[in-house]
Design a protein. Structure first.
Length: 93
């Protein structure tokens, strides 16, 4: 299973369910958090992390992969435009 975690935060999904996925991609707009996650998961080649604001275009960075599961925990309240976010989800489908 390949997972895209939008707004991954501390990447608790990657930590808690590591036996369930082949690839985990976490994106978050917090640059320092992403740097720390890259260090924490250095030994796990199935995880990758990117600093990205999902509300800004340039999603082709993640389109090259196919995802079985897309998570967006805790970010819906932060979104400025929910309709745009739904279009983004369709983009990854």
């Amino acid at each position: 299973m390949n997972i895209l975690d939008i707004g991954c935060g501390s990447a608790w999904v990657a930590k808690s369910y590591s036996e369930l996925y082949n690839e985990y991609v976490g994106i978050d707009f917090n640059k320092e958090l992403i740097k720390q996650l890259e260090k924490d998961f250095l030994q796990n080649s199935r995880c990758s992390f990117f600093m990205h604001d999902i509300q800004i275009k340039n999603h082709h960075l993640f389109k090259s992969r196919k995802y079985n599961l897309i998570l967006a925990n805790f970010i819906l309240l932060e979104l400025l435009d929910l309709k745009y976010f739904l279009k983004i989800l369709l983009f990854f489908n």
